[in-house]
Design a protein around this ligand. Structure first.
Ligand code: ATP
Ligand code: MG
Ligand code: MG
Ligand code: MG
Length: 477
């Protein structure tokens, strides 16, 4: 099919190849660069080229195009809730290293989406940086986009920088409008019931000096990113990224294991199915790139994602020890085009997953046994005092923080036995612990602070959603 995920990817790369770009393979998801500790994972197509953009490394080719596998743990909160965010996704990109600039980048992007992908012009909107007159003029005067469909936005939305100083520049983004009948007054491009951002064109134009002044770069660069899953969603005319052929077989596999039908499921069930589908893609691809579940850095992220998938599955009523493996098999089956090495790594990925899954089931079993004792006590106490049975927040927090037994399950199990959980005191306990860990964090003075912050970020997000204990040991870093 011309709109399958695989063909959208191929057509993007071949289009830019026809414009003189060299097709390069996706780099690893693991960003392990001693000179750049700002992130743990490849978060964008430009990351492998960052040293070239920063002038630290000579360019190999003047123009390149890639489909880069990316990880964004900071989007974990959005997963399954918005229709467009994943922790793992593919970013299609075309890059110019001191070669072509705005005019070609814009002309080709427009040709690609309107002629190659045939998106109707009336559904397309453009954002430009408010001070970037040049870009506005190219869109408006040369391409002929109506002023009604161009939005000027501020620095926060449309200016890219990788740090306080160094290369930076304006960007221009392309949005798809699912409801053009709503017209063009009072339009908010961030309204995701109507718009979908899918292509970002970054113009690396300036060097920001100490003190904030901007100097024109001698060598100007182009860095772009288009979300493959988002383009697939548009072209396949499905309501969200998860229903595209790139992800839906995984979601359906989860639904089959949970013995529910995706189509008939309520929103909360659908979210859970999507969360597991998303996380399993991330887990498999990270493991394929050599990350094993552990208590440190990237391995910790994998471990948390595995736990979250198991728990989410448990909330859907999936039990048993080999549940993740069978989903992983589906991920692998549809990912051969993305990662040619995946096949040879399959046995070790499945084995590691099985071990981790068994380990966590044991943890949950122990937690469950402890919980049942506590519930028993709560009931006895209530009988003696002639009150309603209540599990204290302290107990619920102890189970989650020290025993890896999440509060969601505590609530569910307690409910099944007719016991309520004191969530007010639970929240107080949780807050106390959060404050303590923040203080501990502030007391750490280390050159690895950035990394710590980054992992803290991922961990705190996982923590927020799961109430799992953050087992990062700072001394191990
Ligand atoms: P959004 O505003 O939707 O969060 P973004 O502005 O953070 O996206 P960019 O950093 O501009 O995204 O990345 C370039 C492109 O990569 C986006 O236009 C989008 O198509 C895709 N993309 C970014 N984040 C994600 C994600 N979490 N899941 C899927 N695709 C993504
Ligand atoms: Mg974002
Ligand atoms: Mg955005
Ligand atoms: Mg963007």
């Amino acid at each position: 099919l011309p709109t399958s995920g695989n063909s959208i990817r191929r057509r993007f790369l071949e289009f830019y190849e026809s414009k003189g770009h060299k097709i390069l393979p996706s780099s690893s998801l693991v960003h392990d660069d001693d000179t750049d500790k700002s992130v743990l994972f490849t978060i964008a197509g430009m990351l492998p080229f960052k040293p070239v953009f920063l002038g630290k490394v000579q360019r190999q080719v003047p123009r390149a195009t890639t489909s880069q596998r990316c990880i964004r743990t900071n989007d974990i909160k959005n997963v399954g809730k918005t229709s467009r965010h994943h922790t793992f996704f593919e970013m299609l990109g075309n890059f110019s290293f001191g070669d072509y600039f705005k005019k070609e980048a814009i002309e080709w992007a427009w040709e690609l989406i309107t002629i190659e992908y045939r998106l109707p012009i009336e559904n397309l909107w453009i954002s430009v940086y408010e001070k970037d007159e040049e870009t506005y003029a190219i869109w408006h005067d040369e391409i002929g986009v109506s002023a009604n469909h161009i939005k000027k936005m501020g620095e926060e939305d449309n200016f890219w920088m990788s740090g306080k100083t160094g290369p930076c520049g304006p960007c221009s983004e392309i949005y798809y409008d699912f409801h053009p009948e709503k017209g063009y007054s009072n339009v908010d491009l961030n309204d995701d019931t109507r718009f979908l951002e899918f292509y970002n064109l970054v113009f690396m134009q300036f060097d920001r000096k100490d003190g904030g002044s901007l100097e024109e770069l001698k060598e100007k660069h182009i860095d772009t990113g288009m979300g493959l899953e988002r383009m697939a969603r548009i072209l396949q005319k499905v309501p969200n990224n998860y229903e595209t052929d790139l992800i839906f077989p995984i979601v359906e596999k989860v639904a089959e294991l949970a013995e529910v039908s995706y189509v008939d499921a309520d929103d909360s069930t659908k979210t859970k199915l999507k969360v597991i589908g998303d996380h399993m893609r991330t887990i498999v691809h990270l493991m394929s790139d050599g990350v094993k579940p552990s208590n440190k850095l990237r391995g910790y992220v994998v471990k948390m994602l595995i736990r979250r998938s198991i728990l989410t599955g448990k909330l859907l009523g999936i039990n048993g020890g080999k549940y993740l493996q069978s989903i992983a098999e589906t991920v692998i089956a549809i990912s051969s085009k993305i990662d040619p090495d995946l096949k040879s790594r399959t046995p070790s990925i499945l084995e590691d997953l099985k071990q981790e899954e068994l380990r966590y089931w044991k943890t949950l079993e122990k937690g469950e046994n402890e919980l049942q004792l506590k519930l028993e006590n709560a009931k006895k106490e209530a009988k003696t005092n002639n009150t309603n049975p209540l599990l204290s927040g302290k107990d619920a927090f102890y189970l989650s923080a020290s025993r890896g037994y999440p509060v969601e399950l505590t609530i569910k199990k307690a409910h099944e036995r007719g016991v309520s959980v004191d969530m007010i005191s639970y929240d107080i306990e949780k807050d106390k612990q959060r404050r303590q860990s923040q203080e501990a964090h502030q007391n750490i003075c280390s050159p690895l602070c950035v990394i710590i912050e980054n992992i803290q970020y991922s961990v705190s997000l996982a923590y927020d959603t799961l109430n799992l204990k953050a087992v990062i040991n700072f001394r191990d870093l």
